[in-house]
Design a protein around this ligand. Sequence first.
Ligand code: GAR
Length: 218
Amino acid sequence: MSAAAQPRLPIVVLISGNGSNLQTLIDAAARGELPVDIRAVISNRPAAYGLERARRAGIPAVVVNHGGYPGRAAFDAALQRAIDAHQPGLVVLAGFMRILTPEFVAHYHGRMLNVHPSLLPAFRGLDTHRRALEAGVKEHGVSIHFVTAELDGGPVVAQEKIPVLPGDDAESLAQRVQAAEHILYPRVIRWFAEGRLTLRENRAMLDGEPVKVLATNE
Ligand code: GAR
């Protein structure tokens, strides 16, 4: 089947900042290597540079500013309305830096992915590169996982290791981790768009088999 004839999965991408992962999705889709239609990019921060990347690509760029809501539940409800207006088959968290309510997460069960800059279950939460260096680990990395109510705790779909090198600081490590994210995340989203990746009874399944990930297979 030619790329043009391939059905495209509607997705919505949530960001909070630079949007370099978003850019790799825009570029891969434009090259015909990722069968998705990015219906909207939504940021909780009005100044997120990723909004500019979306506009440049002709994608609706939407702000749902968390500062404008009285609490987490009200913000998540507004976010959900903004997402669902675009009827996505998949919600992609790409540097979206907000903790989500269990109700919101449940609504997108099995159709929301996140990229996290560590080898989960190690270093959930923020500041992963600095914490990895402080812990003296030899290997750091990136994880892609389905989102569940447990923060950075959903079933892992794919991981890539990044060796920690002598002289690394948080920035140099972050750069290499991000380079890996930019390859791994489009690949995983392509699996989902092709119907190969599903969440079944809290396990990530690829081609009908439980996925094998580094952290649990060594
Ligand atoms: C990425 O490195 C991603 O792994 C991280 O934010 C960065 C966003 O970069 N996400 C988290 O820390 C989620 N807890 P980007 O805006 O350039 O794609």
